[in-house]
Ligand binder design. Structure first.
Ligand code: DQA
Length: 139
């Protein structure tokens, strides 16, 4: 059961081009190619809160997955609806962030989803995704 779904939220489709001083210059495609050497990875990105919730519902009861790695982007700090979806599903969800959100603006210090996630990884650049995948496939 080494299959993992990675979900990226808003603005993360611009990885590699978006604020490279904060998020680096590597694209998600390069990151996914590396991760696929470790594990079977499904990938979903959306800029829309409801689409992220739909994806959590769709996959969240599928026991062929070890779990879900979720970078909810700015919805991390605002979305009770995504938190409720994580609570509703059966698969474990690991919250990840590329940047160390606790070293940034104070509005990024609050997460609506941390308390319903299996764990939280932040601040390791795109390596945060690998750490999230490994946390799921080794637990
Ligand atoms: C982020 C941190 C969030 O505060 C921000 O809104 C993002 C990306 C990260 O990966 O560091 O979009 O989740």
């Amino acid at each position: 059961m080494n299959k993992v779904l990675i979900i990226n939220g808003p603005n993360l489709n611009l990885l590699g081009r978006r604020e490279p001083g904060i998020y680096g210059s590597q694209s998600m495609e390069t990151c996914l190619a590396e991760l696929r050497k470790l594990s079977e990875i499904e990938y979903f990105q959306s800029n829309h809160e409801g689409a992220i919730i739909d994806k959590l519902h769709e996959v969240g009861f599928d026991s062929s997955y070890a779990g879900i790695v979720l970078n909810a982007g700015a919805y991390t700090h605002t979305s009770v609806a995504i938190a409720d979806a994580i609570s509703a599903i059966e698969l474990p969800v690991v919250e990840v962030h590329i940047s160390n959100v606790h070293a940034r603006e104070s509005f990024r210090h609050e997460s609506k989803i941390s308390s319903v996630c299996r764990g939280v990884i932040a601040g390791f650049g795109l390596d945060s995704y690998r750490l999230g995948v490994e946390a799921l496939i080794h637990s």
